[in-house]
Design a protein around this ligand. Structure first.
Ligand code: EPU
Length: 444
C-alpha cells in the first residue's frame, strides 16, 4: 500500500524566540460576525479577517445557501445575504465547526423551516447544544434533532422572552442575541456570557440597528426591531493568539512584541503571566512586549468564563508552567476533557499528572463526575526533542509548537490541520521571529 502523506511542522527548538508579530483577527469573533451579517437586509463588510480554516469553512457554508461571499482583499470579506435562496444548510458541512447551530436561529428569521447539520469543533468535552435549542423553543420555535442535524420551525414571527441560561455559554448567548434582535418585543438574557467577543458582537449588531442594553451584571435586555442593515466591522485582534505569543516568548526566554491586540481583552492573563515571572510592557495603543523578567515561579490556575482565566489560554500557559520551579496546578472548569494533550508532552520531558478531583475553589460542574479535569505540573523540566507528536485539538496545537520551540533538537508536529483551523500563516510569522520552523509533507 502506498504511504499516506500529511502536512506537518518541523521545528528545531532550543533558541529564544525574538521579534515582532501581528495578531490576526479573532477566530471566535469573525465566525459570529459572518453569521450576524445574514441578519442585515444589505451587505456587510468585515476587515481584519484572518486567513484561517474556520473562515473558509464558514464561507463555504454561507455560499451553499446562496449568500454571496467575496474576499475583496487578503483580509476583507464582503457578505451579501440578499441572494440567500435556501433555508437548508447542506450536510457536507456536518461536524466542521460551531457555525451551524448559530445559523439555525439566524435563518429562522428569514424562513419558516430551516435545517442545519450537526456542529463540530474540537473534541474537548460533550459540547452540547441544549441551551441553544431550548432558547429557540422559548422564542416560539419548534426544534427537532435528527441524526444528521437540527431543524427549526415557526408558525409566526419569533417573540421576545426571558432566558435564564443554566451556564454563561458564549455560543448560547450569541444564539439568544441572534434570536432576540429581530424578535417581536423585549428579551431579557440572564446569566449571559460577557466575553470580549460577545461584546464585540453586540457592538456589531447595534451598528446594524439592533437595540441592546447591557448592565453591570450578566443581564442583557434587547428590544426587537423590524429590520437590520449591513455594516462595516473590523475584527478585533485575537486575545488567544496574543496569550500564545506571550507564553512562547517567556517559555523560550525570548522577547516578543505583539501588535494588533487590545490589552484590556487579555484581562487576568496579564496578571497570571506576571505572577509566574513574565514581563509585560505597553508599547502603544495596541502593541505589547512580552518577555521573561525573573526565574519562573509556579501557579495555581482555574479556568473560568470571562473575566476568569480563559480555557483557551490554558494549553500555551501550561507549557510555560513546565519551566517554572515547583508544582503548578490547573483546574479546568469549562470543559471536562481538555487535558488530552498533556500526555504527549511527557515524551519531551514534561512531568504532568491529571486527576478527576477538583483542585481548586471555583464551583465546578465536573465535581465527582470522574472527568480528568485537573492537572498537576512539576517543573522545571528542560525539554528534549522527540521524533514526532500529533496534535489532538486546536489550542493543544499551538501548545505543541511552543513545546517544540523550547525543546533542544528537532521535533515533527503532525495533525496541523487542527491548528490551522484557528491560526493563520504560522510558519512565516514564527520564522520571522527566529523560530526554525518549516511546513513539510510527512509520511504516515
Ligand atoms: N454548554 C452546554 N450546552 C450548550 C452550550 C454550552 O452544556 O448548549 C457547555 C459546553 O459543553 C461547555 C460550556 O458550556 O462545557 C461552555 O461552552 P460555550 O458555549 O461557552 O462554548 P462555545 O460557544 O461552544 C466558544 C469558543 C471556544 C471557547 C468557549 C469558551 C467559538 C467558536 N468557540 O465555544 O473556543 O473555548 O467559547 O470561551 O467561539 C477554541 O477557540 O479553541 C475554542 C474551543
Amino acid at each position: 500500500m502506498p504511504a499516506q502523506t500529511s502536512l506537518a511542522y518541523r521545528i528545531e527548538g532550543g533558541y529564544p524566540v525574538v521579534g515582532e508579530i501581528r495578531c490576526l483577527g479573532a477566530k471566535n469573533f469573525v465566525i459570529k460576525a459572518m453569521v450576524a451579517a445574514l441578519l442585515g437586509d444589505t451587505a456587510t463588510t468585515l476587515t481584519n479577517v484572518p486567513p484561517i480554516g474556520d473562515v473558509d469553512i464558514t464561507a463555504e457554508m454561507l455560499t451553499s445557501i446562496g449568500v454571496t461571499v467575496k474576499r475583496a482583499d487578503n483580509d476583507v470579506l464582503h457578505i451579501d445575504p440578499s441572494t440567500m435562496n435556501t433555508p437548508n444548510v447542506p450536510v457536507p458541512h456536518s461536524g466542521s465547526n460551531r457555525a451551524p447551530i448559530l445559523l439555525l436561529s439566524t435563518l429562522l428569521h428569514h424562513f419558516d423551516t430551516v435545517s442545519v447539520p450537526v456542529v463540530g469543533g474540537c473534541q474537548i468535552g460533550a459540547r452540547g447544544v441544549d441551551f441553544h435549542l431550548e432558547a429557540i423553543r422559548r422564542f416560539g420555535g419548534i426544534v427537532d434533532e435528527t441524526e444528521k442535524g437540527y431543524t427549526a420551525h415557526r408558525v409566526r414571527p419569533l417573540r421576545g422572552t426571558h432566558i435564564d441560561l443554566p451556564y454563561p455559554s458564549v455560543g448560547a448567548t450569541e444564539t439568544c442575541l441572534f434570536l432576540s434582535v429581530l424578535a417581536e418585543g423585549r428579551t431579557v438574557i440572564s446569566n449571559a456570557a460577557i466575553e470580549p467577543e460577545v461584546f464585540e458582537l453586540i457592538t456589531m449588531l447595534r451598528s446594524m440597528g439592533a437595540v441592546i442594553f447591557t448592565s453591570p451584571g450578566r443581564e442583557l435586555r434587547i428590544d426587537g426591531v423590524k429590520r437590520l442593515v449591513g455594516t462595516h466591522m473590523q475584527v478585533l485582534g485575537d486575545r488567544i493568539e496574543a496569550a500564545s505569543w506571550a507564553s512562547l516568548a517567556c517559555a523560550s526566554n525570548g522577547d516578543v512584541t505583539v501588535h494588533g491586540i487590545r490589552p484590556d481583552t487579555l484581562g487576568n492573563f496579564l496578571s497570571y503571566f506576571q505572577k509566574v515571572g513574565g514581563g509585560v510592557e505597553l508599547k502603544g495603543v495596541e502593541s505589547m512586549r512580552f518577555f521573561r523578567r525573573d526565574t519562573l515561579r509556579p501557579a495555581v490556575i482555574e479556568t473560568d468564563v470571562y473575566p476568569g482565566f480563559s480555557t483557551d489560554w490554558q494549553q500555551p500557559f501550561a507549557i510555560l508552567l513546565t519551566q517554572a520551579e515547583g508544582i503548578s496546578i490547573i483546574h479546568e472548569t469549562v470543559y471536562e476533557k481538555r487535558f488530552g494533550y498533556l500526555k504527549a508532552l511527557d515524551k519531551l520531558g514534561a512531568k504532568t499528572q491529571v486527576t478527576t478531583h477538583c483542585l481548586g475553589e471555583v464551583p465546578c460542574r465536573y465535581r465527582d463526575k470522574n472527568y480528568e479535569h485537573s492537572a498537576i505540573i512539576l517543573g522545571p523540566t528542560p525539554f528534549t526533542a522527540t521524533a514526532s507528536i500529533t496534535i489532538p485539538d486546536l489550542r493543544a496545537g499551538l501548545a505543541y509548537v511552543i513545546a517544540a520551540a523550547i525543546a533542544r533538537g528537532t521535533t515533527t508536529i503532525e495533525g496541523i490541520h487542527y491548528l490551522e483551523r484557528g491560526y493563520g500563516n504560522i510558519v512565516p510569522r514564527l520564522a520571522a521571529m527566529n523560530l526554525k520552523i518549516e511546513r513539510i509533507v510527512a509520511k504516515q
